[in-house]
Design a protein around this ligand. Sequence first.
Ligand code: ARG
Length: 401
Amino acid sequence: MTERIVLAYSGGLDTSVAIGWIGEATGAEVIAVAVDVGQGGESLETIRQRALGCGAVEAYVADASDEFANEYCMPALKANALYQGHYPLVSAISRPVIVKHLVKAAREFGATTVAHGCTGKGNDQVRFEVGIQTLGPDLKCIAPVRDLALTRDKAIAFAEEKGLPIETTKKNPYSIDQNVWGRAVETGYLEDIWNGPTKDIYDYTAAPEFPPAPDEVIISFEAGIPVAIDGVRVTPLQAIKELNRRAGAQGVGRIDVVEDRLVGIKSREIYEAPGAMALITAHKHLEDITVEREQARFKATVGQRWSELVYDGQWFSPLKRSLDAFIDDTQKYVSGDIRMTLHGGQAVVNGRRSETSLYDFDLATYDTGDTFDQSMARGFIELWGMSAKVASGRDIRVAGQ
Ligand code: ARG
């Protein structure tokens, strides 16, 4: 029987050519797998037809936008996940959900190998292949760009020679990956890290320099998950989309960074993630009033480690699973409302309320009604400083010898 390969298919030039390219190089039949993670653009049906037109024997298409929002974006939100303090893991969280569908399609169509369009220099190849190793350990992986010498020029020549139903003239100088959690732009002119991003790079956000009137929004959370916007119930997907629209109009969530790839390269990235950044900001502020101090401090380091694991392709790893359990436990009381103003590139919180808040007005107030017994502070400070005081006494004694 002819061998079968499932290919992660975007509908773009490179993966469209990859269908025939893999076929010619390996003799295998190719099944195209397209997954909707809220990237917008063409319909799944259009993409399916193109895959078949490019020679795929079957096309598997899946609308995973709710699945992606519920099971991938929400854990990232609960973790306040920002790799290196900046990047909300846009591409990193989409790979595992695509992997799930690739493995499912491989089983359905009896494929032995999974293919993807990544180069050999990035993180995404690692995320795909480590994910495949975990969910389908018997499956092999192949990357035509990396393993079968499929360059851009060869792709264009191949598409033209075979008359593939795909445009080869539209030249985009950037490598772009996008989904409902955000958009990532790299390469080309941006590789000179002194060059500022040009206007044409952005798509999810309007220029923050010329914002419309300030937009005040109330986001309601239950156990760390957004459940209503301005009092209207929403699903996680709807919450992200609505905030992409409203925060995007204000230019919120533009990020320009040089980040550390897993393969050891530092690379320049432009991100725009208006919904994600507005949600993370609101969520963090709600945690500030609902999560106990020591738990909150520890959670910040857990969130950072979680982000590194996910960035590094360890979504399905045991440590990531254990950290999820910790993070979920911290979210029990993260319920309530955050009021924030979106304006001129900023999402600024200016009000919070929660039935499960730890903010105690009577303890905090400097006015009458104060229930905090200030006389306790002296003894507390005495003991709190004791250990360092004893050590500094020793330092003075030793220095004097
Ligand atoms: N550097 C980011 C990451 O590794 C974004 C990668 C985007 N991928 C792309 N093909 N443009 O998560």
